[in-house]
Design a protein around this ligand. Structure first.
Ligand code: PLP
Length: 415
């Protein structure tokens, strides 16, 4: 009998798909709250990975033998699954498999940025960008003479859209913005940013690493020119990421990596390029990982992305409420009413987040501690580091309560 909760998820049944959650440390059940870093992988996906290696492991596109044909079809079909998942009507031509979000960012910053940017041009980012975007555009701007500008964060941890309207102008060539902040948990109005960018003939790159796993994404409704995310944060394996790009933009861009598979014709003098998306997938691609990402998406779609979104928002709201009840806990980012999902970053008094995380580990509560690859944002917040609890489809309110109990235990220890 299904025991769906108010979000539409049967969390007890979901947890059975993730045997890793049965692990215990120090006599405590594992409470895995580090999902924004990497989510766990359900048996359905692990089984498909094993089936790939047991039954049809082969290189793709090259072989005429049966195994290669089976692997090629599954790998190519996985691109279609991703295209449908994000609403890319151009299909597989608009979906490049990369190593991760970081590589997707580098593909565009190098292939598009190095040839299109120059002195006087501006790339507009947000202060809450992950280093994947921030460092990449910063370095491409250094090479090209373009300038990075940063949209401010409001005091309550949201994107300052008035400042966005001031910054995005005639000199803007690219707006690169995170969809859901991996530190503040806020949901940025990326559709509005895309409109602003397009009004000034600029492009928009959306970092969806924390959004694609936990809410329905429609790249065409956003009107994103580029959109990126990673398989390992959404029930898939490590080693595969996605770059969505509008077909005409990907067609106009130079390849990022050169080598086999991405070519059509090679002579000693010159080469021509393969069709999309293979033009951007040089060498042996992440075959098994890409296929497994397709199965991870099937898994999430069976749960229903609207249900996943509701669940993530409810858990984030519950954690926010429980943590803000504690006088000596500082929580960063907007309130649930203002819009927050998936995660809560915080500090306990002046206890260093690393110390807190290590005490929480004694309670088998796994969280993240550090700057979460947003050092400049932490500078703005006036802290070197923070602790971050992040949730996924298998987490429960009881686990948030265990987090709070563990924080209370840590407080006693540091008192
Ligand atoms: N962007 C955001 C918002 C993230 O949270 C992360 C990972 O934490 C990344 C980019 C980078 O993802 P990956 O390490 O998979 O490239």
């Amino acid at each position: 009998m299904s025991t769906q909760d108010a979000d539409g998820l049967d969390v007890a049944a979901i947890r059975e798909d993730f045997p890793i959650l049965e692990r215990e440390f120090n006599g405590n059940d594992l409470v895995y709250l580090d999902n924004a870093a990497t989510s766990q992988t359900p048996d359905q996906v692990v089984d498909e990975i094993a089936r790939y290696y047991r039954e049809y492991n082969a290189n793709v596109h090259r072989g005429l033998h049966q195994l290669s044909q089976e692997a090629s079809i599954a790998y190519e079909d996985a691109h279609d699954t991703v295209a449908e998942f994000v609403g890319a009507s151009g299909g597989r031509e608009e979906i490049v498999f990369t190593k991760n979000t970081t590589e997707s960012m580098n593909v565009v910053a190098s292939s598009w940025g190095l040839s299109e940017l120059g002195p006087g041009d501006e790339v507009v980012l947000t202060e809450m960008e992950h280093h994947a975007a921030l460092v990449t555009w910063q370095q491409v701007c250094k090479k090209t003479g373009a300038e990075c500008k940063f949209i401010r964060t409001t005091d309550d941890g949201q994107l300052d859209m008035d400042h966005a309207r001031e910054l995005i102008g005639e000199d803007t060539k690219m707006v690169s913005a995170v969809h859901v902040s991996n530190t503040l948990g806020c949901i940025n109005p990326v559709g509005e940013l895309a409109d602003l960018a397009h009004d000034h003939d600029a492009y928009v790159f959306v970092d969806g690493a924390q959004a694609a796993p936990n809410r329905p994404v429609d790249v065409e409704a956003i009107d994103a020119d580029f959109y990126a995310f990673s398989g390992h944060k959404m029930c898939g394996p490590t080693g595969v990421g996605v770059l969505y790009g509008k077909q005409h933009l990907l067609e106009a861009m130079e390849p990022y990596l050169y080598g086999g598979m991405m070519i059509r014709k090679v002579t000693f003098e010159d080469s021509t390029w393969n069709d999309l998306p293979w033009k951007f997938e040089a060498g042996t691609p992440p075959i098994c990982e890409g296929i497994a990402l397709g199965y991870a998406i099937n898994y999430l779609e069976d749960l229903g992305m609207e249900n996943v979104r509701r669940h993530e928002e409810r858990l984030a709201a519950y954690a926010y409420d429980r943590l803000t009840e504690m006088d000596d806990v500082d929580v960063y980012g907007p309130s649930p009413e203002q819009g927050r999902t998936g995660l809560v970053s915080f500090n306990l008094g002046d206890v260093h987040a690393h110390d807190l995380s290590s005490i929480l580990n004694d309670y088998a509560v796994a969280i993240r501690a550090g700057d979460h690859c947003t050092q400049p944002l932490h500078d703005e917040l006036g802290v070197a580091a923070s602790a971050r609890a992040s949730f996924y489809v298998y987490n429960t309110e009881e686990e948030v309560d265990k987090l709070v109990e563990a924080i209370e235990g840590a407080r006693e220890l540091f008192a």
